[in-house]
Write a protein that binds this ligand. Structure first.
Ligand code: ADP
Length: 310
């Protein structure tokens, strides 16, 4: 089983000609609202693939909360630990410019209420895999990691949005999954906004530096360049593997990283070796890139096998 502890957001997407400058108002396209949030996306990605998945999170008692509950449960995910709370459902305001770049503001709302008591209600089973990201309070993430490790449960840490992490969370990660900007922040050790962190050197150097932070393994995602995974062999030497991305015409990369993490965690829960799980994760993420939306773009296992045969 995969247990995802994390955020659920309504994604409000507006296409704009350019990002508003200070004091400026910009007219955009009609808003498109769809289910998102890193935690919910990861759970839905694993659920659509037919996995045994549970989601621990919070939504508000509002239309967005109902949209998310429907989307997550229709993916076959156990929503018995999805709580409806007295706060607005988390919202991500996503502006997309014609070059395909996005700027995002997240209003956490109900996600702020994902707390330690919810973690204490999880019954851990041998073979579970816990997945955490950073759109919920950090103390909750730390508590979930502690509880999972105490039950000998494998932990996948997706350090997104970019932030520094306390040592116990880093050291439990197997793997730590980050994209390039999240990696840059972690290896710089700086708390400056991620836009001010210098671009790191070659991916292999970055993975080595990430391993020095203490995780049991690392997966660095590189967009269209795929992913590099790193771990230590029994003698302590670093072993690096590059997995190519599947070639696809990019339509909408929103939620690609989340599809990757959800599929990776499911592979690990099904006892796949890390490199095998990464290969399937890149296939699933490619599918997500080739279609519009976040959760709406994630493949079922049948769609995935149809794609990987072609
Ligand atoms: P994030 O979405 O978190 O920024 P990345 O951009 O690294 O993360 O993408 C995550 C994964 O999605 C990549 O490792 C890759 O497998 C897949 N992916 C992303 N962009 C593309 C693309 N243009 N073509 C094929 N695969 C892609």
């Amino acid at each position: 089983r995969v247990v995802v502890v994390g955020s659920a957001n309504a994604d409000v997407v507006v296409d704009v000609d350019h990002r508003p400058a200070d004091g400026e108002t910009v007219l955009g396209s009609d808003a498109v609202v769809s289910p998102g949030g890193k935690g919910a996306n990861q759970a839905v990605a694993a659920g659509r693939l037919g996995g045994h998945v549970a989601f621990v999170g919070c939504v508000g008692d509002d239309a967005h909360g109902r949209m998310l509950r429907t989307s997550i449960s229709e993916a076959g995910v156990d929503v018995s630990a999805l709580r409806t709370v007295q706060a607005p459902t988390g919202t991500a305001i996503i502006l997309i410019t014609p070059d395909g770049e996005n700027s995002i503001v997240v209003a956490p709302g109900a996600n702020r209420l994902v707390d330690e008591t919810m973690i204490d209600q999880v019954t851990w089973a041998a073979g579970d895999v816990l997945v955490v990201q950073l759109e919920i309070p950090l103390p909750t993430v730390e508590h979930a990691v502690r509880r999972a490790r105490r039950a000998d449960v494998r932990v996948v840490v997706n350090a997104a949005p970019a932030a520094l992490l306390p040592a116990p969370v880093l050291e439990a990660a197997d793997p730590l999954v980050v994209n390039e900007s999240e990696a840059a922040l972690l290896v710089s050790g700086s708390t400056a906004p991620s836009t001010q962190v210098p671009v790191p050197g070659p991916a292999s150097d970055t993975v080595r530096r990430l391993l020095e932070l203490g995780p049991r393994s690392v997966v660095l995602t590189l967009g269209a360049q795929g992913a590099v995974l790193g771990r230590r062999d029994p003698a302590g030497a670093v072993v690096l593997t590059h997995v190519e991305a599947r070639e696809v015409t990019a339509i909408d990369t929103t939620g690609a990283g989340d599809a990757f993490v959800g599929a990776l965690a499911l592979g690990l829960a099904e006892d796949a070796p890390l490199d095998g799980a990464v290969v399937r994760a890149t296939d699933v993420a490619a599918c997500a890139v080739g279609r519009r939306g976040a959760q709406d773009s994630y493949p079922t296992s049948d769609e995935l096998s149809a794609m990987t045969r072609s």
